[in-house]
Structures are given as structure tokens and as C-alpha cells.
Design a protein around this ligand. Sequence first.
Ligand code: ADP
Ligand code: MG
Length: 228
Amino acid sequence: YNNRLQKHEKMEIISELAASVAHEVRNPLQVTRGFLQLLSKRAENSEKTYMNLALVELDRASDIITDFLTFAKPQLDDIKVLNLSEEFKHIVGILAPMAHLQGGEIRLHIPEHLYIRGNSAKFKQAFVNIIKNSIEALEREGLIEIQARTERETIIVHVRDNGQGMEDEELSRLGEPYFSSKTKGTGLGLMVTFRIIEVMQGKIEFKSEKGIGTEAIIRFPSVAIDSE
Ligand code: ADP
Ligand code: MG
């Protein structure tokens, strides 16, 4: 008789715990933010400086939760057959306003009836982190294109942007925890993405050219479904 937990059971418990913590922590962060903003309106100049610093730190805490747990629900992971087109419609619905704020646009070209196996929340988290980076890299006339196609038993997704691009040195450090070129970056987004894609038996690679743009190429094993 062996009552030690299996490794995947431990992972499930950790991920469920993390999701509950995210839910519980997000609300007090928002409430605190609101009160601080209120107070800073009537504060003296010297106090205002501290309050603004506190706001920046609160936002940082909330960014960390966003990179890890945007869609996390406090319930055990359920693995399902995901319809790629449906998943991406949801993701783009969430991110399009953010792209518009940057003066950019997201174009989706995903054929119907492409299926992969995975957890919908995790899948969305992985792609939100990729696409959010593309949005943050956009310059004038920004465009992000998301395409998918099948090659034998593999589904290949391309996320291409015409943003600022990366040097080779930057490219080789992607996914490294805390690696960020942004003043307000967490450096956790792609680490989370890489891990999720690995767990889904997928593969991810990046191509990029400074001043031209970046392309993420993600491969998943496809799931065959009879449409009858
Ligand atoms: P963060 O976005 O918080 O900086 P990430 O792990 O999401 O952390 O990304 C790490 C770094 O990779 C970014 O700071 C940026 O330098 C680079 N990067 C990722 N995606 C892109 C992209 N599409 N265009 C340009 N740079 C990118
Ligand atoms: Mg990021």
C-alpha cells in the first residue's frame, strides 16, 4: 500500500491551489487600488509620490497573476477535445480591444474543424501570453495574423506580428523566467506558455527579425473527429 501522491496528482493540486489563490487575491488588490487612487487625489505632493509607487507595485502584482492565471478556475483540470477556431475566437475577443488601443489589428484565419486535446483554460493562457507580447511589440500600422493548418497528424499554428522584433540574443532567452526587456514586464509570460505547450505534447519555436517582426510557430498533435 502506497499513499504517496503521484507526480501528476501533485501538479493538479498545485494548479488548483494557484487558481484559488489568484481568485482570492485579485479582489483585495482591486479594492486596495481603488482606495489608494481616491486617497491620492487629496494627498499632499510628497504623499502622492508614495501612493503612486504603491499603485505601480499593485499593478505589478496583478500583472503577475495575469501572466499565470487569466483563465484559471478553482477546479481540477479537465482535458477535452478543443475546437481550435472556437478557442481562438474567444482569445481574440478578449485581446482585440488591447490591440486597438495600440492602433493595431488582429486577423484570424483558422479553418473550422481543427481539433486538439487539452485544457481550454490553459490553452487560452498560453496563447494570450504569446499574442499579448505581439500587441506590446506593435508599432505603427500594427498587424497580428493568426493562422492554422494541418500537416499529416500535426496542427500548426502561426502567430505573426510586424512589431519591433528581436535580436538573436533576446530570441535565445525566450521562456527563461524573469527575462524581460520591458520596464513593466514580469518575464513570466512565455515561461508559462512553454510549460503549457509541453504538457499538451506540443512544440513551440520563434523566428524574429529586429525591426521587421516576430513569428511564433506552435505544433500540436491533431485529434481526428468524424463530422457525421
Ligand atoms: P514580458 O512580456 O513580461 O516581458 P514574456 O515572457 O512574455 O515577458 O516575454 C519575454 C520577452 O520576450 C519580452 O520582454 C520581449 O523582449 C520578448 N518578446 C516576446 N515576444 C515578442 C514579440 N512578439 N515581439 C518582440 N519581442 C518579444
Ligand atoms: Mg509577456
